[in-house]
Design a protein around this ligand. Structure first.
Ligand code: ADP
Ligand code: MG
Length: 326
């Protein structure tokens, strides 16, 4: 199977949406944008051994490769529409490719996204998706709109993906069933696309939690020129993480909750006047939305522990170059 046979066999499914005039097979795809919308464009790279473990199930990897990009669209309040896939593959293992493509197309179909092109080379496993989405002009959610007095929310629960990683690395132990649930959060994240779209015109700022809450919320604070106070007790967590937090692994659990990446929940801000509408959105999306704190005027982030005392040192979010810049 040469390069072109590989593309033809695994990545050339004919587009179903009228928004694709020309998909895979030519020098470029031809896309039909919706009048009155702005394009949201984003790219994410997943590197083998760094973003995923070598033994990751290829179907889940296919899902995750696209899901993390959809999460960026969700954070913008954009509707994802078109994806391009650049891959470096160590070899042309058709069983692996079939599973990977199945996972990728499954997530694409769940969200009405079309794979319209890409690039394929031989090399160390590297998966890179460019996603294009649409948002009604002027309505995108950005990191820059948080104002003093706004509430801060987080969807779902945080920390389980990092807990799974810690368990895999032998830094903590989890019961088998719990380990499986957490590992599912790590390997198969659910992008909060419907939530992002529902928050248009309501949220003042939004970001997806991919690198950890304190770091990602920190980006909102920096971009918005505000500070914040959040309550540790209000940060939504699974029973497994809550148990770790109450036990001897508290420090690790704190890191997972505050600075664990890979959860792909949304963190957003909104004025108190929006509380009822946000409660309705939580019901419509069947997704808990927890109010974890408030935006304040001063700079920086304060996290108050269960007794209301500020945490003295905040765990740091993941940074690929943190070691190099020290
Ligand atoms: P070019 O030489 O013009 O870059 P390629 O031979 O790389 O074209 O790709 C041929 C066609 O297949 C193009 O339409 C490209 O977008 C598409 N393509 C290549 N690799 C992938 C992939 N992994 N997934 C989806 N489409 C791909
Ligand atoms: Mg090419």
């Amino acid at each position: 199977m040469n390069e072109f046979e590989l593309i033809e066999r695994f990545f050339a499914r004919p587009p179903r949406a009228a928004s694709v005039r020309l998909g895979v097979g030519d020098d470029a795809a031809l896309l039909v944008p919706t009048p009155g919308c702005e394009l949201a464009a984003s790219v994410d790279m997943l590197v083998g051994g760094r973003h995923f473990l070598a033994d990751t199930d290829p179907e889940k990897l296919g899902r995750k490769t696209l899901a993390v990009n959809l999460s960026d669209m969700a954070a913008m309040g954009a509707t994802p529409k078109w994806a391009l896939l650049a891959v470096a593959l160590p070899d042309n293992d058709s069983a692996w490719l079939a599973s990977f493509a199945r996972g990728l197309y499954a997530v694409a179909d769940e969200h009405g996204v079309e794979l319209v092109g890409g690039d394929t080379t031989q090399g160390p496993l590297n998966l890179c998706v460019t996603i294009l989405g649409e948002v009604p002009a002027g309505q995108a959610l950005t990191r820059a709109g948080a104002r003093a007095g706004d509430d801060i929310y987080v969807s779902g629960t945080l920390g389980d993906a990092a807990l799974a990683l810690a368990a895999t690395a032998g830094r903590t132990s989890l019961a088998t069933a719990v380990a499986a649930t957490c590992r599912e959060r790590l390997d198969n994240p659910t992008p909060r696309v419907a939530l992002g779209a529902a928050l248009r015109g309501i949220a003042s700022a939004a970001i997806d939690v991919s690198d950890g809450l304190t770091g990602d919320l920190g980006h909102i604070l920096e971009r918005s020129g505000v500070g914040a106070t959040i309550e540790l007790a209000a940060i939504p967590r699974s029973e497994a993480l809550a148990a770790k937090l109450a036990g001897s692994d508290r420090a690790l659990a704190l890191r997972c909750l505050l600075a664990g990446g890979d959860d792909y929940e949304l963190c957003f801000t909104a004025p108190p006047s929006a509380r009822e509408r946000i409660a309705t959105i939580a019901r419509t999306c069947a997704l808990p939305l927890a109010r974890i704190g408030v935006i304040g005027g001063g700079a920086g982030l304060v996290v108050r522990d269960e007794r209301g005392e500020p945490l003295s040192a905040l765990p740091q979010a993941y940074d690929h170059f943190a070691a190099a810049s020290r």
